[in-house]
Design a protein around this ligand. Structure first.
Ligand SMILES: [Zn+2]
Length: 280
């Protein structure tokens, strides 16, 4: 974990020492329980980790996921949740979004978004063959805006054409057996955590995973976009999903949200023709 990670306010709901105590714990992978998609299981707490915030609304579904395959279908009336900026001068494609959060929760968002910005320049979008090949570097650009109150946060996020909110809430689920649930729905990220069962690894993964949904990316069976996973790997197909969601003719996507719960715009002229996202 990044040692620069700090909590910036004493008003937050857990201490730094608690976080590190949790992060030092071993994790068990119960591969025999792959019926649930190889979720992770805490041997210390004897509970499943990482479930979906919407599962209360869908009791027939397995609760052991961050997000349902078919998230709550809402139209965001307030514009886009992210935008894709095409710059032909620098040959870059930038995936951009703004995130509004409370001051004392900003640290999680910063840590989470770093997993995306760390990939700046590692992936390219390529169109055509031979002499006609066009190659664009792919970048991520996020602005994080601290707010003092939830009302202020939602207000600013809704007024921002490219705005999303990021909120961590206390909550008890399944009679206190489920420690955390993260969810994304139309510009709103919410991570609900039972602070008595709190696990920092789970919180940090959700803080990176849920913003992926705000970029139009669905669940994937491994890496960062695995629901309830622990790995932070980002794959070509995930970034391809974000571009395809924005309307790019990107052919190596395999995980776009089926019901498009977020909105996106493209700034600049979209590259014409079939393209693929490749790791450099
Ligand atoms: Zn998810």
């Amino acid at each position: 974990m990044n040692q620069g990670f700090t909590l910036t306010s004493s008003t937050t709901f857990f201490s730094f020492a608690e976080i590190y105590a949790f992060s030092a714990k071993e994790r068990d992978v119960e591969t025999g329980l792959s019926y649930f998609g190889a979720r992770y299981y805490s041997s210390d707490l004897s509970i499943w980790l990482s479930v979906d915030p919407m599962s209360d609304k869908y009791p027939s579904m397995s609760p052991y996921v961050y997000c349902a395959d078919n998230p709550v279908k809402l139209v965001d009336p307030n514009g886009e949740d992210y935008e894709v900026v095409v710059d032909y001068k620098t040959m870059t494609i930038t995936i951009h979004a703004n995130f509004y959060t409370l001051k004392n929760e900003k640290c999680f968002l910063e840590e989470g978004l770093k997993h995306w910005t760390n990939e700046d320049g590692h992936f390219v979008y390529t169109i055509g063959n031979g002499e006609n090949t066009q190659t664009y570097d792919i970048k991520f650009e996020f602005d994080i805006i601290s707010c003092s109150t939830i009302t202020e946060m939602y207000g600013k996020a809704e007024a921002d054409k490219c705005g999303n909110s990021f909120l961590i809430k206390d909550g008890v689920y399944n009679n206190g057996t489920v420690p955390i649930r993260g969810g994304y729905d139309s510009g709103k990220i919410e991570i609900n955590s039972d602070m008595t069962l709190y696990c920092i690894d789970d919180m940090l993964h959700a803080s990176a995973h849920e913003p992926g949904h705000s970029m139009g990316i669905g669940e994937f069976g491994k890496g960062l976009m695995e629901s309830g996973g622990w790995c932070y790997d980002i794959y070509e197909t995930q970034i391809a999903s974000s571009l395809k969601y924005a309307g790019f003719n990107c052919i190596n996507d395999n995980m776009t949200f089926p019901d498009r719960p977020c909105n996106v715009s493209v700034k600049g002229k979209m590259p014409q023709g079939e393209g693929v996202v490749k790791k450099k």
